[in-house]
Design a protein around this ligand. Sequence first.
Ligand SMILES: [Zn+2]
Length: 272
Amino acid sequence: MSTNKIHHLNCGTMRPRGAGRFDKDLAVFPCHCLLVETNNCLVLVDAGVGVEDMDDPRRLGPMRFALNLKRDRSETALMQTRVLGYDPRDVRHIICTHLDLDHAGGLPDFPWAFVHIPEAEYKAATRPETYRAKERYRGMHFAHGPIWARHEQYAPDKWFGMDALPLGKDLEDFLLVPMPGHTPGHCAVAVKNGSGWMLHCGDAYYSSEELGADSSKNPMMKAFTHIAHMDFPLAAAQKGKIRQLMGQKDITLCSSHVPQEFERLSGRPLKV
Ligand SMILES: [Zn+2]
């Protein structure tokens, strides 16, 4: 039984322009990160939007117009860590589902932390080859020289029959569970939680409806995911894996941008 304490943080509120007229699930969404207090340190799952991006959203490039970020420094992981009474220097590890701008923007706020990432995502983000990749991965989020912990040693069938990437001695209660498609190295992050697990699925899905039996009912969501995922068929296949896990009573699922999940798990309303 783990004694990890999981805090659910919204590290960036997005209000995509006009999207709410088509789909209420896309009107306002959080950037749901986890701050985990373990026996010996703090661990962040995703870094959200950082302080410098809140001060100057131009750093986010052209995508800032579509995302329409609420500028609020108090939503950054750095500020919320302090408000919870912790010393941000105790954040020793950041485990990233992927390195898109709304997940990696907070990395410069914790330059002393190890940043855990699969090799495939490291390569995609630090050497983006297409214009689209350069829009979503922002070089200034890595310009401070993060202490990368790059992982490529897969352990087959390690987690509920799925391949996983163990993260080393200090992080035995955490695993990266590869779910590529949204980006090349996109992963879910499994965190031991009491006798069960919390699985943060990153951007593998954007609404609980997507995980239902008939996810084709919502054409707007389908159009949005066609744009959001770098490899749509591969990303769609990952949802099959998540559906299999939904029946497991020991697993609690969450993802980055589903408002209802954030509100239920944090016990707080999303502040628009
Ligand atoms: Zn995202």
